[in-house]
Write a protein that binds this ligand. Sequence first.
Ligand SMILES: Cc1ncc(COP(=O)(O)O)c(C=O)c1O
Length: 351
Amino acid sequence: MNWWNPRFEDSSIGPYVLKAVNEHKFSEGSLAVYFQERMAKALKVEHAVALNSGSSALAVGMLALGVKPGDEVILPDRTWIGTAHAVKLIGAVPVLVDVQEDRPLMDIRAVEKAITDKTKVIIPVHLNGFAVDMEILLPLARHKGIKVLEDACQALFSRRHGQHLGTVGDIGCYSLSWSKLICAGQGGIAVTNDPELFEKMRKIRHHGVDNAYDSSWGQFGFNFRWTDIQAALAVPQLGVVDRDIARLKENHARYVEADIGVIPTESGEEVPLYTSCLSKRRDELVKFLGDRDIGCRVLWPSIHTSPAVGSDEKFPNSDRFAQEEFYLPSGHALASEDVDSVISAVREFQG
Ligand SMILES: Cc1ncc(COP(=O)(O)O)c(C=O)c1O
């Protein structure tokens, strides 16, 4: 059993791919535009921009928000390294803060302490569909004139108090890579309610121009474009996303009820993409399960240990997650019987 399997709507992909190929307009053709529009509607947001990855969405979002080399950007020490690398890519300075004790989400008190005159953007990361408390973070940022870029790469269609994560700050970013709710192989979406930010992101995605024949060159940008071939994979999945979300929630609830160390959601609105589990004997447990053909994913080290990003500060909560956290088999392709056999194996290990 793999820790994750993507699930495609096989019978629907072929006609969409043919449509994309026959249109002879691979990047940003009608399918990519259609997907963007459907995403904006589904997320109840004004504008969506499809991009070639979640990491690109973060970089494009920061450029649109006017982040310049040397500006400081605050982010949590627990996230996928892509969040921090997007900050580095545009020459800004990543400022790391510790996470909460019980969930690997940015500690907002630590954010408050980390703010300086150079802080331009705060990036709350809604890791694993778990919601950062935007009702506290947003007023804090607004009061200081700081922009908020939500990293909702792992939180597509997760909500808090009725609002989709990623749609509350200035810009929100989602990933469509292989272990996400909607998998396009690679891909990303940036959303906003601000028409100016939308226009900027739309242009930054394509070297600042409207098309390859437009040589106005007013806006700095890069090739961050998505393709219709990828949209052909994503569009059919959007049609069955409610079913997939229900499956994720059902599997996760089953794991949580078994009381084997899985981090629970805070409400039924959160979509737990992964079965994030904590164990003081993590590496032993992962080996035990691996010997029984149950694949797990040991989570990444904390960002402050990266030579490219690095920090000498102490992040005790983050360090604990780095040592104890792993994913049990997860995903909407996983059947309830698989969940039950994983639970039995973990119980066997726990004695
Ligand atoms: C929290 C987080 N941020 C950013 C990214 C980057 O997204 P992508 O892999 O689509 O570039 C990911 C990808 O897994 C992620 O999990």
